[in-house]
Write a protein that binds this ligand. Sequence first.
Ligand code: CA
Length: 737
Amino acid sequence: MNNFKKRNFVSAVVLFLVSSILFGCSAEQAGNNDVAESAPEPVEESKQNTVAMIDEQRINNADSEPGNWLAHGRNYEEHRFSPLTEINRETIGQLGLAWFKDMGTNRTLEATPIVVDGIMYLSSAWSKVYAIDAVTGEEIWFYDPKVPGAWARKSCCDVVNRGVAVYKGRVYVGSLDGFLIALDAATGEEVWRTDTLIDRSRDYTITGAPRAANGKVYIGNGGAERGVRGYASAFDAETGELVWRFYTVPGDPSKPFEHPEMELAAETWKGGEWWKIGGGGTVWNSIVYDPDFNHIYLGVGNGSPWTRAIRSPGGGDNLFLSSIVALDADSGKMKWYYQTTPGDNWDYTATQDMVLADLEVDGVDRKVLLQAPKNGFFYVLDRSNGELLRAHKYVNSTWATHVDMETGRPVENPEVDYIKEAHWILPGPIGGHNWQAMSYDKKTGLMYLPAMEVALSYGMDEEWEKTGSYEFTPNGLNVGIEVGRILEVVANAKGTPPKPKGILKAFNPLTGEQVWGVEQLHYWNGGVLATEGGLVFQGTALGEFNAHDIDTGETLWSFNAYTAFLAPPVSYQIDGVQYVALMAGTGGAELWTGDTGNLASLKYGNFGKLLVFKLDGKAELPPPTIIDRTIPEQPEISATEEELEQGYLLYHDVCSLCHGIGVRSGGVVKDLRLLTKDKHAMFKDIVLEGVLESIGMASFDDLLDEKDVENIQAYIVARANEDREAAAQNQSSEAGE
Ligand code: CA
């Protein structure tokens, strides 16, 4: 923070604190200009002790202060249900924009804002953190962890961050490059910074929100698409020292087990050399603290590589992939686990949000954990021992017919085994539900969740099919399915993929009943917030922020933000006024699929914003910019068929994850068909010298040589020319009509 801002902030804090401490009310209510002068002396000290002083007790009693949004899921149980009622089915028509903040980025925004005593704490792309006046939108402080631009390359799904934790006067953020950082909640100054990574040469990233409880801060990381070993860690909230670390998959068998649970896990990995690739099992999103049992639940991710035939050719369940693991919050010792997808073969992470609830199940009161992981089944587990109580399908899925309630295991469908032949399988790796938040109404027991039906054509890695061996690519994509030739796999896979769609659902986890469902044109929509006002809020891929009737799903209100949404809304109340806030700006895992039509980012770009609504809000967004997506004239590049083929393979192996399959981006990261001739003249410098590293386009000189880059460029130009000609033909045929 610069000195100017710091000074302004200190005086603002002094005024606010003095009035609230002395008079037990807000500065506005005090309405007294003399307050600042009658301030007691050691203001600095009281500031340190009062800003964002939230602890277990406050979060446990979150319902007693519904005006705040104290933790990632509002309460430790992560219900994400707001008890506020000023904005309701009757008043929703008056909802309008109170203010907005331009986030100054076109990269993906995924964070949940935390709101404590009038101040909003928010993370943005590149793990940057803001403290913002939650009434006016004025920035109080800003913190930039200065993530190196080159780290963007290590991320599967853009330079995202899903939020901060606020706890006892501090704000905690995990940075994309693997640090856990504690900030002073009053000033934004760094208090400590801890390296959470076990190996900085591997492609680890942190994108998830830390959780704080019990004097500790809990964090995991991502990277399973690129070859890492998963784990989660607890750090002392005060000092940043490591308290415990739990690995989710076994390491190198020639070395001792790090903790006893690894011995159990190692028995379930057979015949492969997974530790060289990493094994996966990253805990990149969901970590939940359970005050009832003093548990920490880890939502564990997919295998690395995805394919079990490469990872563990001798079979086995490959613990603790795709599992929910319960640990003692203080010691990190395992209490129980439940594996949703034994021997994961499809990128079926169990990293999705977990909700804790009290439910009567078959006449017995149970403390349960609810999760809708990627694999399409909605699980209800007993939190005391991990017992499986329910596993209903919440979307169409073809990989398994059902979950055997005796064994607790899914019954796989052998007809879509892709080991010999590529198959369309539901869900695809994007999941029946991904990290986008769901919302739980404890009165009805219904979950409001952003579900998807999107298949993928899975086919084994071509090299592995030919040779029976798989070569690990350090700092590259390591999924084990065929990516280089994905367009052929798409064209030839067995089965017919259903038309992809999103469905906002009201779902009963106990009965498996869908109470209502709203079908959506595009599947990649935002997180959900339900409220006591009888509303379910969600932003969509089309750039609309909608409010639905909680009983019927009927759309009661809609606001066009001209920017696609992924992030979840929150609600808070200050001085009697209820607000609904969320960030707009899409991307994430959709960078790979790229242009799937309908995305607002294709038409209007992806100008990230924080939007805050209230009744009778009168603010207006600037008019949207229509993005010119006309493909420019391309440079003359001559290449042989073979060179183009090489370029196609390399593009998909190395570039497509961010720039989109078939060189058709989703409007977030640069669409390379739109490169102008002057950018093409710099192509080698960009790809090999890293001249655009600061914006995340790092050098790929470890994976590509000059000839490779020429071939990739030739393929991009060929694709651009192909689509340019098609567009010209369309235009002339339209003109001829
Ligand atoms: Ca994954």
